[in-house]
Write a protein of this length. Sequence first.
Length: 134
Amino acid sequence: MVQTPAQTKVSTQSPYPEPVWRLFSETPRGGVLPNGPRVYAAEVGTPAGQFRLRLYCQLDEQGRVSASRFQAYGCPYTIAVGSWLAQWCEGRQIAELAEFKVDQMRVALEIPEDRAHCWLMAQDVLREIEQEWS
């Protein structure tokens, strides 16, 4: 028997944890910051998996991140990591970025161990962006 569209039940439940799905769906802080004074960018990725994460940070005169944006290519976990990280950076001093603890993000986003490459990119992109302004 063939089901008609009215008989077919479509699941609206995501296979991803709620915080990941929300950040993936809404992508707050997604995009770029225009080139300008005190705007820094860094990009990292995994060539084999074709995952990419680019982070933009703009610093104010006091060395605080006044704006942050991200671009990501990959699975919903990768995009959620970029969104979470961009939000986390805003309002922090440069020195505070070095204090980033990946476990805090992993717990907040409920990222499983088999997606370690996603959360490790956050750590790597912060290291890269720190090198840009040092």
